[in-house]
Design a protein around this ligand. Structure first.
Ligand code: NAD
Ligand code: UFG
Length: 349
């Protein structure tokens, strides 16, 4: 009997609440967590995803998540979720993420990306659940002073409301931890997640024309788009085009398991980690890597710089390697193949 109680306690420990569970990174994280034996309670309002993602998660993992459709701004709904489930930790992925949109819709972005987190934190506090992994972004570094970027690099100088919303939430989390050291908070600063699950069943599904490089390249390769506009070839980089740290979304998802293990182990603390590969690739290198991996042509034209872009951004992720025992293992070829596989699947279905 005692043993059953013990197992019961362990299982309860493992229930994780995932906001934005049907989005790009959230869905891949659900798959990895389910594979690792965690139970998931998920929330999404489908503002940037589709219910069919839940089928994809189920097909890949053979398991289901307990799903609530709704908005993270809805405090009553959050209360219900925390009352109905034994939640031990929250991973917060729910946010708007388009840099360009955020410039024209700052109010919507601050409400959805900042107010919603305040709602979540207040409900977590009421329920005495003080364990959180938050999705932040390399964008909080603004124009980096040096590369590779370490967690100690200066933050701020963000050039758009999306980036500023992430910076604000990081500050809120720091203030919260200062006020109450019982909290266990992990802030992940993602670099550039790309690729898709190897099954091709889940991936990045932007609404309309993609704003990011990899989905755009993939749709040029499937001929859904005519050519890629390369935004500037006069940066001070290896070939003049922008350099970024692209990381496979599955590697990123796996980091969340390490984050959960870390928080389960620690009594309290606020931990910040860069999640990238440490490699910077230029836009032209990405085009060629994609062509070589998939044996396709990606026509492109050099055009003017995109306002707000920086020249170069890549991570020093050695802190995550040392403290979380996490390291990205999937290659650029994997990223290109998996991205294309997903885009082809999506086009044909
Ligand atoms: P995504 O848009 O694919 O996923 C976000 C999910 O949250 C979507 O399914 C959307 O419907 C849902 N959502 C949004 N607002 C909600 C709300 N108020 N209530 C309930 N559900 C809501 O984005 P993603 O790429 O998976 O990003 C996940 C997180 O990682 C976000 O916080 C994003 O800002 C951050 N991030 C993403 C990137 C990137 O390049 N993808 C880089 C750095 C940080
Ligand atoms: N690029 C092009 N053509 C395109 C799209 C992008 O040349 O059609 C270039 C950009 O100029 C940049 C690089 O490809 O040099 C990467 O651009 P993305 O739009 O894919 O990614 P960003 O680095 O601009 O931003 C992304 C997310 C942000 C996140 C950031 C974290 O969009 O939300 O990564 O580093 F904050």
């Amino acid at each position: 009997m005692e043993n059953f109680k013990k197992i019961g306690r362990i299982l309860k420990m493992k229930k994780i609440f995932i906001t934005g569970c049907c989005g790009y990174i959230g869905s891949h994280t659900c798959v990895e967590l389910l594979d690792a034996g965690y139970e998931i309670v998920g929330l999404d309002n489908f503002s940037n995803s589709k219910p069919s993602v839940l089928d994809g998660i189920k097909k890949i993992s053979g398991k289901t998540i307990k799903f609530y459709e709704g908005d993270m701004l809805d405090k009553d709904l959050l209360e219900t979720i925390f009352n109905e489930n034994e939640i031990s930790m929250v991973m917060d992925f729910a946010a708007f993420k388009s840099v360009g949109d955020s410039v024209s819709k700052p109010i919507e972005y601050y409400i959805n990306n900042v107010s919603s987190v305040l709602t979540l934190l207040s409900v977590m506090k009421e329920h005495n659940i003080k364990s959180l992994i938050f999705s932040s972004s390399a964008t909080v570094y603004g124009t980096p002073e040096f590369v590779p970027i370490t967690e100690e690099s200066k933050t701020g100088g963000t050039t758009n409301p999306y980036g500023t919303s992430k910076l604000f939430v990081e500050q809120i989390l720091k203030d919260l931890y200062k006020s109450d050291n019982d909290w266990k908070i992990c802030i992940f600063r993602y670099f550039n997640p790309i690729g898709a699950h190897q099954s091709g069943l889940i991936g990045e599904e932007p609404n309309g024309k993609p704003a990011n490089l990899m989905p755009y390249i993939s749709m040029v390769a499937t001929k859904e788009l005519e050519y890629l506009s390369v935004f500037g070839d006069d940066y001070d980089t290896k070939d003049g085009t922008g350099v970024r740290d692209y990381i496979h979304v599955v590697d990123l998802a796996r980091a969340h398991i390490k984050g959960a293990e870390k928080l389960n182990k620690e009594k309290s603390g606020l931990f910040i980690y860069n999640l990238g590969t440490g490699e910077g690739y230029s836009v032209l290198e990405m085009i060629h890597a994609f062509e070589n991996a998939n044996h396709v042509k990606v026509p492109y034209k050099i055009e003017a710089r995109r306002p707000g872009d920086i020249a170069e951004c890549f991570a020093d992720s050695s802190k995550a390697e040392k403290e979380l025992n996490w390291k990205a293992t999937l290659t650029l070829e994997d990223m290109c193949k998996d991205a294309y596989n997903f885009t082809k699947n999506r086009k044909n279905n």
